[in-house]
Design a protein around this ligand. Structure first.
Ligand code: SF4
Ligand code: SF4
Length: 113
């Protein structure tokens, strides 16, 4: 099983309101981290784009995917325990989306080179 900071599978979701940012999270986050969140009807969420959280970072050279705001990530992200049944379920269901996005990022990196 990969380390969370290399995996990022559970940070994929098609729903824009997947990760809520509560007050305790808001107070922990700096301006850069807050810029990756959005507010809807008075409720704050992490921003989701292209099927994953906007805070997720991709390194095509090493095939590592991880949270770029890990020390400031919301509590909702901390509740999922690495190695738990839910983690394994998320890995199984979302790894293909993670691989597809990494492929897209690798192609983008190749085009830029
Ligand atoms: S909790 Fe599980 S699915 Fe989520 S990043 Fe960690 S290893 Fe990957
Ligand atoms: S804040 Fe970080 S850990 Fe939480 S969903 Fe976004 S990328 Fe994943």
């Amino acid at each position: 099983m990969p380390e969370c900071t290399d995996c990022g599978a559970c940070c994929f979701n098609e729903h824009a309101e997947y990760i809520r940012v509560f007050l305790v999270d808001y107070e922990r986050m700096n301006d850069a981290a807050l810029a990756l969140s959005t507010e809807k009807d008075g409720v704050r969420y992490m921003r989701f784009e292209d099927g994953h959280c906007a805070a997720l970072g991709f390194d095509p050279a090493t095939n590592r995917v991880g949270c770029t705001i890990y020390p400031m990530r919301p509590d909702a992200c901390r509740w999922l325990e690495r190695g738990s049944g839910e983690c394994r379920s998320q890995l199984a269901s979302k790894w293909p989306a993670r691989e597809r996005e990494m492929d897209a990022q690798q192609k983008g990196a190749t085009l830029k080179a």
